[in-house]
Design a protein around this ligand. Structure first.
Ligand code: GLV
Ligand code: MN
Ligand code: MN
Length: 394
Protein backbone atom coordinates (compact mmCIF):
# COMPACT_ATOMS: atom_id res chain seq x y z
CA UNK A 1 0.00 0.00 0.00
CA UNK A 2 2.89 2.40 0.51
CA UNK A 3 2.65 3.68 -3.09
CA UNK A 4 -0.86 4.85 -2.23
CA UNK A 5 0.40 6.40 1.03
CA UNK A 6 3.13 8.23 -0.88
CA UNK A 7 0.57 9.46 -3.38
CA UNK A 8 -1.76 10.68 -0.60
CA UNK A 9 0.99 12.72 1.05
CA UNK A 10 2.14 14.16 -2.29
CA UNK A 11 -1.43 14.97 -3.21
CA UNK A 12 -1.93 16.93 0.03
CA UNK A 13 1.20 18.92 -0.80
CA UNK A 14 -0.14 19.59 -4.33
CA UNK A 15 -3.49 20.75 -2.93
CA UNK A 16 -1.62 23.08 -0.58
CA UNK A 17 -0.73 25.14 -3.66
CA UNK A 18 -4.39 26.25 -3.71
CA UNK A 19 -4.05 29.26 -1.43
CA UNK A 20 -5.23 32.84 -0.99
CA UNK A 21 -1.74 34.01 -0.02
CA UNK A 22 1.27 33.26 -2.19
CA UNK A 23 4.00 31.63 -0.11
CA UNK A 24 1.62 30.63 2.70
CA UNK A 25 -1.19 28.09 2.91
CA UNK A 26 -4.37 30.00 3.69
CA UNK A 27 -7.67 28.77 2.33
CA UNK A 28 -10.77 30.01 4.08
CA UNK A 29 -14.43 29.23 3.52
CA UNK A 30 -15.38 29.48 -0.18
CA UNK A 31 -12.41 31.67 -1.04
CA UNK A 32 -11.35 31.55 -4.73
CA UNK A 33 -8.72 28.77 -4.30
CA UNK A 34 -11.48 26.48 -3.02
CA UNK A 35 -12.62 26.29 -6.67
CA UNK A 36 -9.22 24.80 -7.54
CA UNK A 37 -9.43 22.27 -4.71
CA UNK A 38 -12.87 21.25 -5.92
CA UNK A 39 -11.56 20.91 -9.47
CA UNK A 40 -8.59 18.75 -8.46
CA UNK A 41 -10.40 16.46 -6.04
CA UNK A 42 -13.51 16.39 -8.24
CA UNK A 43 -11.44 15.20 -11.22
CA UNK A 44 -10.04 12.38 -9.08
CA UNK A 45 -13.55 11.43 -7.97
CA UNK A 46 -14.76 11.33 -11.58
CA UNK A 47 -11.76 9.26 -12.61
CA UNK A 48 -12.73 6.72 -9.93
CA UNK A 49 -16.28 6.61 -11.30
CA UNK A 50 -17.83 8.49 -8.38
CA UNK A 51 -20.95 10.59 -8.61
CA UNK A 52 -19.66 14.12 -7.90
CA UNK A 53 -21.50 17.19 -6.61
CA UNK A 54 -20.96 20.42 -4.70
CA UNK A 55 -23.77 21.18 -2.29
CA UNK A 56 -25.07 24.65 -1.43
CA UNK A 57 -22.71 24.95 1.56
CA UNK A 58 -19.76 24.38 -0.77
CA UNK A 59 -19.05 20.83 0.40
CA UNK A 60 -17.49 18.63 -2.27
CA UNK A 61 -19.18 15.23 -2.31
CA UNK A 62 -18.36 12.05 -4.23
CA UNK A 63 -20.36 8.86 -3.98
CA UNK A 64 -19.07 5.38 -4.81
CA UNK A 65 -22.02 3.01 -5.07
CA UNK A 66 -21.48 -0.24 -3.18
CA UNK A 67 -23.16 -3.18 -1.52
CA UNK A 68 -26.68 -2.40 -0.31
CA UNK A 69 -25.88 -2.05 3.41
CA UNK A 70 -26.09 1.64 4.13
CA UNK A 71 -23.70 4.43 3.32
CA UNK A 72 -20.41 5.27 5.02
CA UNK A 73 -19.32 8.92 4.91
CA UNK A 74 -15.58 9.47 5.02
CA UNK A 75 -14.92 13.16 5.45
CA UNK A 76 -12.99 16.07 6.84
CA UNK A 77 -12.52 19.73 5.95
CA UNK A 78 -10.90 21.54 3.02
CA UNK A 79 -10.39 24.96 4.64
CA UNK A 80 -7.34 25.99 6.64
CA UNK A 81 -6.21 28.43 9.29
CA UNK A 82 -3.97 31.30 8.08
CA UNK A 83 -0.39 30.17 7.39
CA UNK A 84 -1.42 26.56 7.82
CA UNK A 85 0.20 23.21 7.22
CA UNK A 86 -0.71 20.91 4.35
CA UNK A 87 -2.53 18.15 6.25
CA UNK A 88 -5.04 19.48 8.81
CA UNK A 89 -8.41 18.43 7.42
CA UNK A 90 -7.54 17.75 3.83
CA UNK A 91 -5.58 14.59 4.66
CA UNK A 92 -8.86 13.07 5.85
CA UNK A 93 -10.49 13.82 2.51
CA UNK A 94 -7.52 12.57 0.51
CA UNK A 95 -7.47 9.38 2.62
CA UNK A 96 -11.16 8.87 1.83
CA UNK A 97 -10.31 9.13 -1.87
CA UNK A 98 -7.28 6.87 -1.44
CA UNK A 99 -9.46 4.20 0.15
CA UNK A 100 -11.95 4.42 -2.71
CA UNK A 101 -9.03 3.99 -5.12
CA UNK A 102 -7.69 1.04 -3.10
CA UNK A 103 -11.11 -0.64 -3.13
CA UNK A 104 -11.15 -0.69 -6.94
CA UNK A 105 -14.16 -2.68 -8.06
CA UNK A 106 -14.57 -4.55 -4.79
CA UNK A 107 -18.31 -5.38 -4.62
CA UNK A 108 -18.42 -6.06 -0.89
CA UNK A 109 -17.76 -2.53 0.41
CA UNK A 110 -20.81 -0.45 1.36
CA UNK A 111 -21.65 2.72 -0.53
CA UNK A 112 -19.04 5.33 0.38
CA UNK A 113 -19.56 9.07 0.26
CA UNK A 114 -16.38 11.12 0.49
CA UNK A 115 -17.06 14.66 1.72
CA UNK A 116 -14.64 17.57 1.69
CA UNK A 117 -16.33 19.99 4.09
CA UNK A 118 -16.10 23.61 3.00
CA UNK A 119 -15.42 25.03 6.45
CA UNK A 120 -14.38 23.83 9.88
CA UNK A 121 -11.89 26.34 11.22
CA UNK A 122 -14.13 29.38 11.73
CA UNK A 123 -11.53 31.72 10.26
CA UNK A 124 -13.42 33.71 7.63
CA UNK A 125 -16.60 34.51 9.56
CA UNK A 126 -15.66 33.58 13.13
CA UNK A 127 -18.13 30.66 13.13
CA UNK A 128 -16.80 27.14 12.59
CA UNK A 129 -18.32 23.99 11.07
CA UNK A 130 -20.39 25.69 8.35
CA UNK A 131 -19.88 22.68 6.05
CA UNK A 132 -20.60 19.85 8.48
CA UNK A 133 -23.46 21.71 10.17
CA UNK A 134 -25.12 22.03 6.76
CA UNK A 135 -24.73 18.29 6.18
CA UNK A 136 -26.08 17.58 9.67
CA UNK A 137 -29.05 19.80 8.86
CA UNK A 138 -28.31 22.17 11.75
CA UNK A 139 -26.98 25.41 10.25
CA UNK A 140 -28.84 27.91 12.46
CA UNK A 141 -28.94 31.68 12.04
CA UNK A 142 -25.67 31.89 13.99
CA UNK A 143 -24.08 30.02 11.06
CA UNK A 144 -26.03 31.35 8.09
CA UNK A 145 -25.40 35.03 8.68
CA UNK A 146 -25.98 37.48 5.81
CA UNK A 147 -22.21 37.53 5.19
CA UNK A 148 -22.06 33.72 4.94
CA UNK A 149 -25.04 33.68 2.57
CA UNK A 150 -23.32 36.32 0.41
CA UNK A 151 -20.15 34.22 0.32
CA UNK A 152 -22.21 31.22 -0.82
CA UNK A 153 -23.74 33.29 -3.65
CA UNK A 154 -20.37 34.78 -4.60
CA UNK A 155 -19.02 31.25 -4.98
CA UNK A 156 -21.81 30.53 -7.48
CA UNK A 157 -24.07 28.51 -5.19
CA UNK A 158 -27.66 29.05 -4.15
CA UNK A 159 -28.47 29.14 -0.40
CA UNK A 160 -32.04 28.10 -1.24
CA UNK A 161 -30.61 24.63 -1.90
CA UNK A 162 -29.10 24.28 1.58
CA UNK A 163 -31.79 21.86 2.81
CA UNK A 164 -30.65 19.42 0.09
CA UNK A 165 -27.14 19.40 1.59
CA UNK A 166 -28.47 17.29 4.45
CA UNK A 167 -26.99 13.80 4.70
CA UNK A 168 -28.74 11.03 2.82
CA UNK A 169 -31.13 8.99 4.95
CA UNK A 170 -29.34 5.83 3.91
CA UNK A 171 -26.18 7.03 5.72
CA UNK A 172 -25.23 4.62 8.49
CA UNK A 173 -21.80 5.74 9.69
CA UNK A 174 -19.20 8.52 9.60
CA UNK A 175 -15.44 8.05 9.64
CA UNK A 176 -12.86 10.82 9.84
CA UNK A 177 -9.11 10.48 9.54
CA UNK A 178 -7.13 13.41 10.93
CA UNK A 179 -3.65 14.22 12.08
CA UNK A 180 -3.53 14.23 15.87
CA UNK A 181 -2.28 17.85 15.99
CA UNK A 182 -0.61 17.14 19.33
CA UNK A 183 2.34 15.23 20.80
CA UNK A 184 0.66 12.24 22.46
CA UNK A 185 1.08 9.56 19.77
CA UNK A 186 4.63 10.61 18.99
CA UNK A 187 5.57 10.38 22.65
CA UNK A 188 4.11 6.89 22.81
CA UNK A 189 5.83 5.97 19.52
CA UNK A 190 2.47 5.00 18.02
CA UNK A 191 1.24 5.61 14.47
CA UNK A 192 -2.51 5.69 15.15
CA UNK A 193 -4.97 6.67 17.85
CA UNK A 194 -8.67 5.93 18.19
CA UNK A 195 -10.63 8.95 19.32
CA UNK A 196 -13.07 8.21 22.15
CA UNK A 197 -14.38 11.75 22.62
CA UNK A 198 -13.83 15.29 21.41
CA UNK A 199 -13.54 18.14 23.91
CA UNK A 200 -16.22 20.83 23.82
CA UNK A 201 -15.37 24.38 22.85
CA UNK A 202 -16.63 27.90 23.40
CA UNK A 203 -15.67 30.79 21.16
CA UNK A 204 -16.33 34.40 22.07
CA UNK A 205 -15.49 37.83 20.74
CA UNK A 206 -14.81 40.53 23.35
CA UNK A 207 -14.62 44.24 22.64
CA UNK A 208 -12.91 46.60 25.08
CA UNK A 209 -13.99 50.22 24.55
CA UNK A 210 -11.82 52.93 26.08
CA UNK A 211 -11.02 56.36 24.66
CA UNK A 212 -8.47 57.11 22.00
CA UNK A 213 -6.38 60.13 22.81
CA UNK A 214 -3.00 61.74 22.24
CA UNK A 215 -0.08 59.53 23.34
CA UNK A 216 2.10 62.52 24.17
CA UNK A 217 -0.23 64.78 26.08
CA UNK A 218 -2.48 62.45 28.09
CA UNK A 219 -1.04 61.70 31.57
CA UNK A 220 -0.94 58.03 32.51
CA UNK A 221 -3.47 58.61 35.31
CA UNK A 222 -6.06 60.05 32.90
CA UNK A 223 -6.03 57.36 30.22
CA UNK A 224 -8.71 54.87 29.28
CA UNK A 225 -6.52 52.52 27.27
CA UNK A 226 -8.50 49.64 25.73
CA UNK A 227 -5.40 47.64 24.87
CA UNK A 228 -3.82 47.65 28.32
CA UNK A 229 -7.17 46.50 29.76
CA UNK A 230 -7.34 43.72 27.18
CA UNK A 231 -3.71 42.78 27.87
CA UNK A 232 -4.27 42.53 31.60
CA UNK A 233 -7.24 40.29 30.93
CA UNK A 234 -5.34 38.10 28.45
CA UNK A 235 -2.73 37.40 31.15
CA UNK A 236 -5.61 36.43 33.47
CA UNK A 237 -6.90 34.02 30.83
CA UNK A 238 -3.55 32.25 30.89
CA UNK A 239 -3.37 32.15 34.69
CA UNK A 240 -6.93 30.88 35.15
CA UNK A 241 -6.55 28.18 32.49
CA UNK A 242 -3.17 27.05 33.81
CA UNK A 243 -4.69 26.53 37.26
CA UNK A 244 -7.62 24.39 36.07
CA UNK A 245 -6.85 20.77 35.15
CA UNK A 246 -7.95 19.89 31.62
CA UNK A 247 -8.81 23.48 30.69
CA UNK A 248 -7.21 25.29 27.77
CA UNK A 249 -8.05 28.91 26.93
CA UNK A 250 -6.58 31.06 24.19
CA UNK A 251 -6.88 34.69 23.16
CA UNK A 252 -5.69 34.06 19.63
CA UNK A 253 -6.71 37.16 17.73
CA UNK A 254 -6.52 40.82 18.63
CA UNK A 255 -7.11 44.02 16.72
CA UNK A 256 -6.75 47.56 17.96
CA UNK A 257 -8.20 50.88 16.85
CA UNK A 258 -6.94 53.20 15.63
CA UNK A 259 -3.72 51.13 15.69
CA UNK A 260 -1.21 53.97 15.55
CA UNK A 261 2.02 54.49 17.47
CA UNK A 262 1.08 57.88 18.86
CA UNK A 263 -2.55 57.23 19.75
CA UNK A 264 -3.80 55.57 22.93
CA UNK A 265 -5.84 52.55 21.78
CA UNK A 266 -9.55 53.35 21.93
CA UNK A 267 -10.86 49.90 21.02
CA UNK A 268 -9.41 46.39 21.40
CA UNK A 269 -11.19 43.35 19.98
CA UNK A 270 -10.02 40.00 21.32
CA UNK A 271 -11.12 36.47 20.53
CA UNK A 272 -11.45 33.80 23.22
CA UNK A 273 -11.34 30.03 22.64
CA UNK A 274 -12.03 27.81 25.66
CA UNK A 275 -11.96 23.99 25.66
CA UNK A 276 -12.54 21.23 28.18
CA UNK A 277 -13.69 17.61 27.96
CA UNK A 278 -16.31 18.45 30.61
CA UNK A 279 -18.97 20.92 29.47
CA UNK A 280 -19.77 22.16 32.99
CA UNK A 281 -16.13 22.92 33.65
CA UNK A 282 -15.95 24.77 30.31
CA UNK A 283 -19.05 26.83 31.03
CA UNK A 284 -17.77 27.68 34.52
CA UNK A 285 -14.43 28.76 33.04
CA UNK A 286 -16.13 31.02 30.48
CA UNK A 287 -18.15 32.66 33.28
CA UNK A 288 -15.01 33.13 35.38
CA UNK A 289 -13.10 34.64 32.45
CA UNK A 290 -15.93 37.05 31.66
CA UNK A 291 -16.12 38.06 35.35
CA UNK A 292 -12.39 38.74 35.32
CA UNK A 293 -12.79 40.91 32.23
CA UNK A 294 -15.67 42.83 33.83
CA UNK A 295 -13.63 43.49 37.02
CA UNK A 296 -10.61 44.71 35.06
CA UNK A 297 -12.76 46.95 32.90
CA UNK A 298 -14.61 48.45 35.88
CA UNK A 299 -11.30 49.34 37.56
CA UNK A 300 -9.97 50.92 34.37
CA UNK A 301 -13.18 52.71 33.33
CA UNK A 302 -13.40 50.65 30.16
CA UNK A 303 -16.70 49.41 28.79
CA UNK A 304 -16.90 45.80 27.68
CA UNK A 305 -19.19 43.83 25.44
CA UNK A 306 -18.96 40.24 24.28
CA UNK A 307 -20.58 38.02 21.71
CA UNK A 308 -20.83 34.24 22.00
CA UNK A 309 -19.85 32.71 18.69
CA UNK A 310 -19.85 29.02 19.57
CA UNK A 311 -20.92 26.75 22.40
CA UNK A 312 -20.14 23.27 21.14
CA UNK A 313 -20.60 20.42 23.63
CA UNK A 314 -18.07 17.68 24.12
CA UNK A 315 -19.05 14.67 22.04
CA UNK A 316 -18.39 10.95 22.46
CA UNK A 317 -17.69 8.81 19.42
CA UNK A 318 -19.90 5.77 18.83
CA UNK A 319 -18.92 2.89 21.20
CA UNK A 320 -19.67 0.32 18.46
CA UNK A 321 -17.60 2.08 15.83
CA UNK A 322 -14.77 2.67 18.31
CA UNK A 323 -14.74 -1.05 18.82
CA UNK A 324 -14.88 -1.74 15.06
CA UNK A 325 -12.06 0.74 14.47
CA UNK A 326 -9.94 -0.77 17.25
CA UNK A 327 -10.42 -4.22 15.72
CA UNK A 328 -9.46 -2.84 12.29
CA UNK A 329 -6.29 -1.23 13.68
CA UNK A 330 -5.36 -4.45 15.46
CA UNK A 331 -6.06 -6.60 12.41
CA UNK A 332 -3.84 -4.30 10.37
CA UNK A 333 -1.03 -5.11 12.82
CA UNK A 334 -0.84 -1.88 14.80
CA UNK A 335 -1.22 -1.20 18.54
CA UNK A 336 -4.57 0.12 19.71
CA UNK A 337 -4.51 3.36 21.65
CA UNK A 338 -7.62 5.28 22.72
CA UNK A 339 -7.51 9.02 23.33
CA UNK A 340 -9.50 12.24 23.64
CA UNK A 341 -9.25 14.98 21.04
CA UNK A 342 -8.57 18.51 22.26
CA UNK A 343 -9.07 19.84 18.74
CA UNK A 344 -12.52 20.24 17.25
CA UNK A 345 -13.49 18.13 14.25
CA UNK A 346 -16.39 17.73 11.84
CA UNK A 347 -16.99 14.35 13.53
CA UNK A 348 -18.36 16.19 16.58
CA UNK A 349 -21.06 17.76 14.42
CA UNK A 350 -22.04 14.52 12.70
CA UNK A 351 -21.85 12.33 15.84
CA UNK A 352 -25.24 13.38 17.30
CA UNK A 353 -26.87 12.33 14.00
CA UNK A 354 -25.24 9.00 13.21
CA UNK A 355 -22.56 6.66 14.59
CA UNK A 356 -19.20 8.39 14.13
CA UNK A 357 -15.59 7.33 14.53
CA UNK A 358 -12.23 9.08 14.22
CA UNK A 359 -8.74 7.79 13.61
CA UNK A 360 -5.76 10.00 14.46
CA UNK A 361 -2.42 9.78 12.72
CA UNK A 362 0.72 10.76 14.63
CA UNK A 363 1.76 14.41 14.22
CA UNK A 364 5.56 14.64 13.99
CA UNK A 365 6.78 17.13 16.60
CA UNK A 366 3.17 17.52 17.75
CA UNK A 367 2.99 20.49 15.35
CA UNK A 368 -0.20 21.71 13.69
CA UNK A 369 -1.83 24.99 12.63
CA UNK A 370 1.69 25.80 11.46
CA UNK A 371 3.50 25.39 8.12
CA UNK A 372 5.79 22.75 9.68
CA UNK A 373 2.83 20.41 10.17
CA UNK A 374 3.58 17.01 8.64
CA UNK A 375 2.72 13.34 8.61
CA UNK A 376 4.78 10.17 8.13
CA UNK A 377 4.14 8.09 5.00
CA UNK A 378 4.34 4.92 7.10
CA UNK A 379 1.56 6.25 9.36
CA UNK A 380 -0.58 7.10 6.32
CA UNK A 381 0.04 3.55 5.17
CA UNK A 382 -1.13 2.26 8.57
CA UNK A 383 -4.27 4.39 8.33
CA UNK A 384 -5.04 3.01 4.85
CA UNK A 385 -4.62 -0.57 6.06
CA UNK A 386 -6.84 0.03 9.08
CA UNK A 387 -9.33 2.02 6.99
CA UNK A 388 -9.77 -0.80 4.46
CA UNK A 389 -10.50 -3.27 7.24
CA UNK A 390 -12.92 -0.84 8.86
CA UNK A 391 -14.81 -0.35 5.58
CA UNK A 392 -15.29 -4.08 5.18
CA UNK A 393 -16.55 -4.39 8.78
CA UNK A 394 -19.24 -1.69 8.78
C1 GLV B 1 -9.82 23.11 14.68
O1 GLV B 1 -8.74 23.07 14.14
C2 GLV B 1 -9.90 23.51 16.05
O2 GLV B 1 -9.85 24.72 16.30
O3 GLV B 1 -9.92 22.63 16.92
MN1 MN C 1 -7.51 23.04 12.23
MN1 MN D 1 -8.87 19.97 11.30
Amino acid sequence: MSALADKAVEYCRDLAQCTEEPGRITRTFLSPPMHDVHRMLGAWMLQLGMDVSIDAAGNLRGVRAGAPRGRLIIGSHLDTVPDAGAFDGILGVVLGMTLVEALGNSPSAPTIEVIGFSEEEGVRFGVPFIGSRSVAGTPGEDVLTPAVLDAIRDFGLDPANLPAARLSIETTAYLEFHIEQGPVLENLDLPLGIVDAIAGQSRLALTFHGRANHAGTTPMSLRRDALTAASEWICHVETIAAAAPGLVATAGSISVEPNATNVIPGVARVSLDVRHANDEARHAAVAELLDAAARICARRDISLCHERRLDQSAVAMSPELRHTLAAAVEAAGYPVHHMTSGAGHDAMILAPHLPAAMLFLRSPGGVSHHPDESVLVKDVDAAIEAGLRFIHSV
